[in-house]
Ligand binder design. Structure first.
Ligand SMILES: [Zn+2]
Length: 511
């Protein structure tokens, strides 16, 4: 299965622009292509996104000196620029390459970034995607000074470049396929483009090239270098499964839960397809998120200090943290839970000899399974020289039963703590903090006990194995569709809905 939400779109647009196919034919041809099968939902999204792309393009004003009946021509070769060292100690040659969609003619070069979401500027609001100034600077530098790449796609660097042809004007545009929006990111002469590059390049060099910083997280699953990354520990056998011959993937507890509900949903989450924003969370879920966000904010204060019983939100009847807003009973319950947290706050006894890392990302690579595991711990903290991973859950009432089964996130925490990938490796502990309607409860799990480790492994296996063996991601339409943000793209969800409506209609007619 294709693993990129815009891969099929570029194939279709290539067929239209370079193969001279009409849109309908190009769509039909790509989607029937059996070489790289496309998930039914991805196919539907692609059709929508290709139409959006051309709708947006038609709205972009023509550049000066470009006649309406002679628009820019698509360019098949990528553009790249090679530069010498910018400061002492830099590598000999930097290569800056731009992909996406390229167009030229009448002394103009234009690059169009294609985005899955919207790029519309909303009055008083943030666009889906903030402008990335470093990305813009590099792109306009290449637009102004780049040459066509002659090397085949997979040939090793350095790239072989063609002849430089100066442009009189360059333009950088981005296109949002979710709503056929566009945004002109830069338009100007090559001199203006180089000036823009020069003002932003220092930051970029420091941050990306010379800084040598690694920030393991969500993107590691797509990174070709993850196996050699100094910041991602490699743990053969971490998942306890043998390689299935599928391409490298990433897995998180969310993937596991989504896959259990509906394999297609897990796949579409992986692809970052646009979501339906009107799906409503339950009140309890929103309250849980609001409490989490509030406590996280307390733990991020500088200087770091313990949470106090009166560090609670106000007013009692309605409060908000980030995008999570609660009212009435949920607002009062949330305040009680946050106040209760102060009684069990891990920083309460030794605020000076402690440190806390809320929402701590942990990434582990299992080379045997070729899977990157991504976890986000609610809190990683140290008191003295003891490190602990703490998961916090908010529940109305305390329930009995196996904690690892009830909270699979905890099973993953046990595995991570046991794999020695955290600071204070051998002694890292795992705790569950439950904030309930009747008070806080903290339970410690003994990660060194063989039966705890074995149970955690068993719980994880139930989530991982079906996902791991699945190469087709079939939809499981029905109840899973109720809170799924991707039903719009999913033919199976629509069929199930149509059938349900017909049946309900018959029932209604018969009554
Ligand atoms: Zn606290």
């Amino acid at each position: 299965m294709t693993g990129w939400s815009l891969g099929p779109l570029h194939d279709v647009v290539d067929r239209i622009e370079f193969g001279q196919l009409p849109l309908e034919e190009a769509l039909a041809g790509r989607l029937a292509d059996t070489g790289r099968p496309v998930h039914a939902a991805l196919a539907r999204w692609t059709e929508y996104a290709v139409r959006s792309y051309f709708t947006a393009v038609a709205k972009i004003p023509a550049l000066p000196g470009v006649p309406l009946d002679e628009p820019l021509e698509p360019v098949s070769r990528m553009w790249a620029r090679q530069r010498g060292p910018l400061k002492p100690g830099d590598p000999d040659v930097y290569e800056e390459v731009v992909g996406d969609r390229r167009y030229a003619g009448h002394g103009v070069r234009e690059l169009r970034f294609v985005r899955t979401g919207s790029v519309a500027e909303r009055p008083g609001g943030e666009p889906d995607r903030p402008r990335d100034e470093a990305e813009i600077a590099v792109a306009v530098g290449v637009l102004a000074g780049g040459r066509p790449v002659l090397s085949p796609k997979w040939e090793r660097k350095p790239l072989r470049l063609g002849r430089f042809e100066p442009a009189r004007l360059v333009r950088l545009v981005e296109i949002g396929c979710a709503d056929a929006s566009y945004r002109v990111l830069f338009e100007g002469t090559p001199e203006e483009a180089f000036a823009r590059y020069d003002t932003s390049v220092e930051d970029r060099i420091d941050a990306v090239i010379a800084g040598g910083t690694y920030r393991p997280g969500q993107d590691c699953g797509r990174c070709a270098a993850v196996a050699d990354c100094p910041e991602v520990p490699s743990r053969p056998g971490f998942l306890g499964i043998a390689h299935a011959g599928l391409p490298r993937r990433s897995w998180s507890m969310t993937t596991g839960r989504s896959h259990r509900a509906c394999p297609a949903r897990a796949h579409l989450e992986d692809l970052f397809l646009p979501r339906d924003g009107s799906i409503e969370n339950t009140e309890a879920m929103v309250r849980g998120q609001a409490v989490h966000a509030w406590i996280e904010r307390l733990h991020r204060r500088t200087p770091q200090r313990a949470c106090a019983p009166d560090d609670t939100p106000a007013p009692h009847e309605a409060w908000q943290c980030g995008r999570w807003a609660v009212t009435g009973l949920q607002a009062r319950l949330g305040i009680q839970m946050i106040g209760d947290h102060a009684l069990v706050c891990p920083l309460r006894d030794r605020p000076d000899g402690a440190e806390a890392h809320p929402e701590h990302s942990v990434v582990v690579y299992d080379p045997e399974a070729d899977v990157v595991v991504i976890a986000k711990a609610d809190l990683l903290y140290r008191v003295g020289d003891r490190w602990t991973l703490r998961e916090t859950k908010t529940v109305r009432t305390l329930s009995e039963g196996d904690l690892l089964e009830r909270y699979p996130q905890l099973a993953l925490a046990v595995r991570i703590a046991g794999a020695g990938v955290l600071p204070g490796a051998e002694h890292c502990r795992v705790e569950l903090e439950r904030l309930t309607g009747s008070g806080p409860v903290v339970t410690e799990l003994d990660v060194t006990a063989p039966d705890v480790a074995a149970r955690a492994q068993r719980v994880l296996e139930e989530y991982i194995s079906p996902w791991y063996a699945d190469a087709h991601h079939p939809a499981k339409p029905g109840k899973a569709c109720d809170d799924c943000p991707f039903t719009r793209w999913c033919p199976a969800a629509k069929e199930a809905k149509d059938v349900k409506e017909t049946t309900d209609g018959k029932k209604g007619a018969g009554a």
